[in-house]
Each structure stands twice: as C-alpha cells, then as structure tokens.
Design a protein around this ligand. Structure first.
Ligand SMILES: [Zn+2]
Length: 215
C-alpha cells in the first residue's frame, strides 16, 4: 500500500486545512508523546483501510484506501454510500470514514484497465511468493522477471510475479527451470474478473460491501 500512499494527493494539506489536526475519534490524549505516537499510528492505519469504489451505476470498479476515498469526496468526485464506524475529526469537524464510495459521474472502464504496476502485480498474486507459496507483507516482496531481463525477458503481466527476497536471491539470473523452482500458477494479465474476485476476497472483512459484490 506504500505506493498508493505516495500517489494520493495530500489530504490534509491541499483539501482540508481545518483537518490538519485530524485524529481518530475518542482516542485523543494530550498527555505524553508516547500516546500521541500511538494515536498517529492508529490514524495512519485507519487511513489505509480499504474502501470499495463503485461506478455511478453502482458497479464495483476498484478498491482504494480511506485517505484517497476522502480526497475524492472532498473534491466532489464521489460520495459515501456506506460509512465505517470510525471517524476522523479536526478542531471543528468530525468526518465519518467511508467504507463504500460511489463516483458521481460515470467512468468508462476499458476491458483491460489495470496499469502494470508493482501494486497491481502484488494484488494479482495476493501477496504470495509465486515460488515458495508463502504470503508476505508488501514490503517483503519484490517483483521477479520469470525469464530474466538479461535473457530478453520483458516487463509484462506474463513475465512478472510476486517473489520473496529469499526465492529471488536463490533464483538469480536463471529461469525457474534452471533454478529448480516451479511457478505456483501461470502469470496472467489483471482482468476485471480477477479484480472482482479480489474485491470479494477483501470484502469478506466488511459486511457493508456485501450487497455491492455478492449478487
Ligand atoms: Zn519465496
């Protein structure tokens, strides 16, 4: 989710100057910097919680983070359809955190709309190393060129997989066959079908997503 954070517009700075002191509701404790740090960490993780994005037609099209979703709402691009129990507040306002948002203008989604990116490849591979099959946090995964670049392997959906550092080091500049490794499954482009599967997977954590995803 790190890449996602970098891409999103600075929520506090650019769109809500009054939210500069935004904090998770009920957790305010002015005494002591340790509890302040705890508060900041809690707020940071809340801002990274997944939010389901619906098209204007209520069709689920994406998953984003709370931070990005709130930017879209503040810009008037989207509105909240379902709200989280938590809220962030500033000196003057409390904002309920969205769980599902809907774009106000219809957005045409081309058949293959997913950009080839580290984030999307990790999503497609569900943060699972495609060689040893273990699940890792994003920070502990790298992208492996199945056919190494030095051997003409391209940076494409079909040639990039999520890979832990241990397997990546073990593989080196070799093909999986040469290194005695086997791919968990053949890498494919990220289709709308794939992403809906993933939205359902993530949606199992949030009851409020159900009616948009399970039909
Ligand atoms: Zn591995």
């Amino acid at each position: 989710m790190g890449a996602n954070r970098q891409k999103s517009v600075d929520f506090r700075g650019r769109y809500t100057p009054e939210a500069a002191g935004a904090a998770v509701s009920g957790a305010e404790d002015p005494a002591g910097s340790r509890s302040h740090n705890l508060l900041l960490r809690r707020r940071a993780s809340l801002m990274q919680e997944p939010v389901l994005v619906l098209n204007a037609t209520y069709e689920p099209i994406n998953v984003t983070a709370v931070r990005r979703a709130m930017v879209l709402m503040l810009k008037g691009v989207a509105q909240a359809e379902e709200l989280h129990n938590s809220e962030v507040h500033s000196a003057s306002h409390a904002h309920r955190v969205p769980s599902v948002i809907r774009l106000l203008a219809y957005r045409h989604i081309p058949q293959q709309s997913r950009a080839l990116s580290r984030k999307n490849i990790l999503l497609r591979d569900r943060n699972t190393c495609q060689f040893c099959g273990d699940v890792f946090p994003s920070s502990e995964l790298t992208l492996d060129h199945v056919v190494p670049r030095s051997r003409g392997g391209r940076s494409s959906w079909e040639n990039l997989v999520a890979c832990c550092y241990r397997c990546n080091n073990g593989k080196g500049d070799r093909t999986p066959e040469e290194a005695g490794l086997k791919l968990a499954r053949r890498p494919r482009p990220f289709t709308l079908h794939t992403s809906r599967q993933l939205m359902r997977l993530i949606g199992h954590r949030d009851e409020r997503w159900r009616k948009y995803l399970f039909y």
